[in-house]
Structure formats: structure tokens, C-alpha cells
Design a protein around this ligand. Sequence first.
Ligand code: ZN
Length: 164
Amino acid sequence: MWHLLAACVLSLCSTDPLDRLEREVSGFTFWEQSYEAPVGNSREQEYQRLQRLVWMVLGVQVQASATPGVAGLASREARIIAIDPTLSPNAALQVLAHEAGHILQPEGLSKAEAEVFADAVAYLVTGDDVHVYGRYLAGSKNGLHVMRAYRREIEWAARVLSGR
Ligand SMILES: [Zn+2]
């Protein structure tokens, strides 16, 4: 009983957003990975604000330029983030927060680890539906340990991108 309770307190019943995201990812199989881009423009102002913040704080310019099949791309060297201009503002906010997470990620991460870092940052910044992020990260399960090992860095990057 006490063991069960302790396990519950430590992870299963945690309301910490990163713990919730980790549980959500575990609910999908690797093969269900996809990005369900939201529609709508209710977050247009937040998107504009994040663009300004990324420029002022990180010196990174956000460009609306499409690469076929890619929602967003970040180049730390060129200080540029490219966002697919056909995305809705609500989706563009998620993609920009994700790409800005890549700009702030620690050195030496694998592809899967980098995806987990960037998407965990984006989840904290947007506070959007955990389902969207969980499903996207289903393809990066072998990088999931980053959410624990780099928890402080993820929370730090999210604070930077929230202007706090
Ligand atoms: Zn990415």
C-alpha cells in the first residue's frame, strides 16, 4: 500500500507538466507518430510576440519560407528559423516554440534527444493540448530520458521563451 502510494506520488499521479507529457508519449506506439497541426488564428498575437522575443533575446530572425514537407527549420549558425507559411497561426506558434527550443538545446544531443528537448520546451511555452506533443514525440521514445536528465535546461529554455 505504501509502496503504491509512493509510486503514485513520484510519477503516476504527478501533475508536473513534463511528467504528464512523458506519460502521454508512452500512450502511443512508435508507429503512431505524427504532427496534428491545429487550425485557427486565436493565438496570432502570441505568435507575433514570440517572433519578437526570439529576435530580441536570441538574435534569431523568423522567416516565412517553406521547405517541402517540413513545418519548421532552425539554423543556430545562420540565426534563422524558417516556418512553413501555410501553417495556421496556432500551429505556427507551436512550431516556432519548438524550433526556438532547438536553438537553446545543449550540445551533443542525438536526433531523438533533440526532438524531445525542443518539443518539451514548446509544450511548456504554449501550454497546448498534451495530446499533440505526446503523439509527435512517439517517434522519439529513445530520447525520452532527456526530459529527466535535462529537466532544468528545458524549464530554463521555456522561461526564456516566455519572457520571464
Ligand atoms: Zn525538431
